[in-house]
Write a protein that binds this ligand. Structure first.
Ligand code: GDP
Ligand code: MN
Length: 354
């Protein structure tokens, strides 16, 4: 799962890593001057016009209105970040990632950071394994020599140590800071942050709630006029669910694989899309939970019932992780649970779906 810049920077800040002062840009500015930044899950925002410096209320309003509507590589932002304007001395590149060949957490650095980073030849980066020895003292010195910043050795050591700590703690796959800004006052600040987390580790992080989760599901409309919508986990089970609905003589509206470790929020988001189908009569939920937890799905079902007045009858089949909690939650609310798909499908016919 790829985080947005502001979400990644919240993680940096929580790990005591310097980030610019910021706020989520609303109708009026909290402070000016500021840099308004589109929060889309892709790089190259600067070049696309998604990063704008504003100094007055009028400039602020104009930039917010423009960037809100500006698609960048097919993404339109839900959130805009406003940051304090930093006076840049140098823009550096620094990333922590997993080197699969070396089976090690590795640092990548380049003297030339910023929007032109693609111009750097791939073999021109400094690479250094950081998790075998955890000798951050040596890594800090190596980086200071490489960047030609002799007086920053300790600051770089401290930064890399904190970045690695955050990387391991959050089960990250990538933590990229570009630019790492050397300010005119000699401070190192994360000007931008791209972070990717390991979805398979979601069960270890009940607090994970990110905008990107909504994009994690695989969703295909099969028939806009279909009467039965489906929610399943795993592509195979989702296809089998669609087939079983069709085999029963019903018309599936969609394919939906909520993936592994789906959260209550992402399942609820799925329900919100399904209730848009004009002829919808039943939603079938078919979850065989491994990393996904039945209780998480159950909570989403209950939230959907609370929040969506046009929610049709549900045919629910749950099995696997935390089934008992889910059964308990749902039965208290008068919802019937089926232990196999065939019975759940048969219950649809009982609901007299055309
Ligand atoms: P990206 O293009 O998606 O990687 O977005 P970035 O957040 O990296 O911003 C692009 C560029 O905008 C940076 O490389 C900087 O040159 C510039 N920029 C961003 N924030 C500031 C700032 O506070 N002050 C100044 N002077 N430039 C900034
Ligand atoms: Mn950047």
């Amino acid at each position: 799962m790829k985080l947005l810049e502001y979400e990644a920077k919240q993680i940096l800040a929580a790990n005591d890593i310097a980030v610019p002062k910021s706020y989520i840009a609303g109708s009026v500015p909290d402070f000016l001057p500021a840099v308004i930044k589109s929060q889309v899950p892709t790089g190259g925002r600067g070049k696309a016009g998604g990063v704008t410096i504003v100094k007055t209320d009028d400039e602020y309003a104009a930039a917010v209105a423009m960037i809100k509507k500006l698609p960048i590589k097919g993404h339109t932002p839900k959130t805009l970040l406003a940051e304090e304007l930093i006076t840049i001395n140098r823009e550096l590149y620094l990333a922590i990632l997993i080197d699969k060949k070396a089976v090690a957490i590795t640092l990548m650095a380049h003297k030339n950071g910023g929007v032109e980073v693609e111009e750097n030849p791939a073999d021109s980066y400094l690479r250094s394994v950081v998790d075998k020895t955890n000798d951050f003292d040596a890594v800090g010195q190596q980086l200071a020599d490489y960047y030609d910043l002799a007086d920053q050795a300790f600051a770089l050591q401290d930064l890399v140590e904190k970045l690695c700590g955050a990387f391991v703690k959050t089960d990250a796959l990538l933590l990229e800071i570009n630019p790492l800004i050397l300010t005119k006052d000699g401070d190192l600040v994360a000007g931008d942050c791209k972070m990717e987390l390991d979805d398979a580790a979601a069960f270890r992080h009940p607090g994970w709630h990110f905008e990107a989760e909504k994009a994690e599901v695989n969703f295909v409309t099969l028939d806009q006029n279909g009467t039965v919508a489906t929610i399943a986990n795993g592509a195979g089970l989702a296809m089998a669910t669609v087939d079983a609905v069709a085999d029963a003589g019903l018309t599936p509206a969609n394919f939906l694989d909520i993936g592994g470790g789906a959260s209550e929020a992402s399942v609820l988001a799925a329900f919100k899309r399904l209730v848009q189908y004009p002829n919808l009569q039943v939603i079938i939920i078919n979850i065989v939970a491994g990393i996904t937890r039945c209780d998480e799905v159950a909570r989403a079902i209950l939230s959907a019932r609370d929040q969506l007045p046009n929610l049709p009858p549900l045919a629910i089949r749950l099995a696997g992780t935390n089934y008992e909690q889910a059964a308990d939650l749902l039965s208290k609310s008068g919802l019937v649970l089926y232990s196999d798909l065939a019975t759940a499908i048969a219950s649809i016919n009982d609901k007299e779906v055309a």
